[in-house]
Design a protein around this ligand. Structure first.
Ligand SMILES: Cc1cc2nc3c(=O)[nH]c(=O)nc-3n(C[C@H](O)[C@H](O)[C@H](O)COP(=O)(O)OP(=O)(O)OC[C@H]3O[C@@H](n4cnc5c(N)ncnc54)[C@H](O)[C@@H]3O)c2cc1C
Length: 458
């Protein structure tokens, strides 16, 4: 059934949660602190939390409210593997591969631990994340990635759809051995509440418009209501990082990704798909499609198209383009024809940083300004984990092995290839072209017949 997109609620924030009603005060006048963290996503919150735990005088400065950025808007998959195409990463960065795999695994463990220790109510289900194949070619890619992951010390189990309990519309896949899925909006709300209750000072509604080092070495942050003077600063602004002169050229580019959520679905219909594990699934297209069930009985569908931001400041009031939402709904109905009457009810999007290497990065600018970009689709666990490692580095110079693996002493970055409008369009077209011949529609139809038969029997 084709849907009129005017019936879909298109959000400029997130569909996972509403904005908080207890906004914290903005910076007014001059604020001084030992460490200022700019950006209150999971990265900045993880950094600040650790700095506060270590007794630092820390202030967190956020343009809107903690969790405003991609941290509350993403698909909610906690992955225990690096983002991007592992075959390409191995080809271009063989020496860093092991470090990236171990970092991703530790990051998932770290976030699981935080959710448990802080008792954060975020619907976390530790059922892994599955890389899945819609075709034999994609299955070869899954197997190649699984071999790379395991040889670098990662965890993953390869199997058919039946063996893994993933929808029959997929040939099979690999379920990662750590991680799972959660409601990212609720997770950010939980982290935010913990931070507000901590010794850290939290300033919301405060956009930093400039970052400069003074002659005495202190760093001065300019904001509309005043200044923040800090001995040390951590930049944790992800997609928005290119806004200041101080940021290295080509650190990252901003990409806008969207998520769409269906109306509630009868759980029996979801089970009839063969989705017994309820594990979230990511297809092996060049630009993935992902699908996951939620605690509210819906399915969230993500990505398939990437829009590149071309200038700063990034538009804050951007809602998803209805045509892209329509495309996600089409992808959902193509993979799951037995749910072709189920409609998308809401959609939202967010800005995420992509690095040209597809590797998470961290480093220092001058002596007392730290930065990190934990991105490429798997930052939900990596950003707060790396943030906590950066905090330790800020306090006493500690260099954890996982941080050392992504640390850059000289922040020089290669140019971005294929990330222009034409490049992204070409990658998308290659995915659609491959879909013409890979038999995925036939497989999805057979899966739908099996689902309908299972429902008739129940
Ligand atoms: C649609 C979508 C789906 C995704 N799905 C997944 C997924 O399933 N799993 C996964 O692991 N990752 C996923 N990601 C990526 C993940 O969300 C990010 O990597 C992660 O949230 C990055 O966290 P962060 O704290 O670095 O950035 P953000 O959450 O973007 O936080 C940056 C913060 O900085 C603030 N800020 C910016 N400029 C300023 C300024 N000048 N002054 C003050 N504050 C400022 C912003 O308001 C924002 O709150 C997805 C991303 C998107 C967009």
């Amino acid at each position: 059934m084709k849907q009129d997109m005017t019936e879909v609620e298109l959000h400029t924030f997130s569909g996972w949660i509403d904005p908080p009603t207890d906004l914290q005060p903005a910076v007014a006048g001059e604020v001084t602190c030992d460490v200022a963290v700019i950006g209150g996503g999971v990265g900045g919150m993880g950094t600040t939390m650790r700095l506060a735990e270590r007794g630092q005088d820390v202030a967190l400065i956020e343009a809107e409210f903690l969790g405003y950025g991609s941290s509350s808007r993403n698909g909610g998959h906690i992955s225990g593997a690096p983002g991007g195409d592992l075959r390409m990463l191995k080809l271009f960065y063989p020496k860093q591969m092991k470090g990236m795999v171990v970092l991703a695994d530790h990051a998932a463990e770290y976030l699981q631990g935080k959710i448990r220790d802080l008792d954060i109510d975020c619907d976390y289900v530790p059922n892994g994340l599955a890389m899945v194949a819609v075709s034999p070619i994609q299955m070869l890619r899954v197997k190649a990635c699984a071999a790379i992951l395991r040889s670098a010390g990662g965890r993953g189990k390869v199997g058919t759809a039946e063996e893994l309990g993933i929808p029959r519309a997929f040939m099979g896949g690999m379920i990662e051995g750590v991680g799972g899925m959660l409601n990212p909006g609720k997770m950010c709300r939980g982290l935010r509440a913990n931070l507000i209750a901590s010794s850290a000072r939290v300033y919301e509604q405060t956009k930093v418009t400039d970052v400069r080092r003074r002659d005495d070495g202190k760093v001065v942050l300019t904001t509309p209501g005043g200044t923040v003077v800090a001995a040390k600063v951590v930049l944790s602004t992800n997609a928005y990082s290119g806004e200041w002169d101080i940021v290295p050229e080509r650190l990252s580019i901003p990409a806008y990704l969207i998520e769409a959520e269906t109306e509630p679905i009868d759980p029996k219909r979801i089970e009839a798909l063969g989705w017994t594990s309820r594990t979230g699934v990511l297809s092996q297209h060049q630009i993935m499609e992902h699908f996951r069930v939620t605690e509210r009985g819906t399915i969230v569908i993500g990505v398939r198209r990437v829009q590149r931001g071309t200038s700063y400041p990034l538009p804050q009031d951007k809602a998803p383009d209805p045509d892209l939402v329509k495309e996600l709904e089409h992808a959902f109905h193509t993979r799951f024809p037995s749910l072709s009457d189920v409609r998308v009810a809401q959609a939202w999007g967010g800005w995420m940083a992509i690095t040209s290497s597809w590797i998470s990065l961290a480093g220092k600018l001058q002596d007392n300004i730290w930065y990190s970009i934990c991105c490429n689709g798997h930052g939900l666990a990596q950003a707060p984990y790396i943030g906590s490692l950066i905090a330790d580095n800020v306090v006493d110079g500690a260099m954890h092995e996982d941080l050392a693996g992504i640390w850059l002493d000289e922040p020089k970055f290669p140019p971005f290839v294929l990330m222009g409008k034409a490049g992204l369009r070409t990658i998308w077209a290659i995915d659609r072209f491959n879909d013409l011949f890979n038999g995925h529609k036939r497989r999805a139809r057979r899966a739908a017949e099996a689902a309908n038969a299972a429902l008739a029997k129940a």
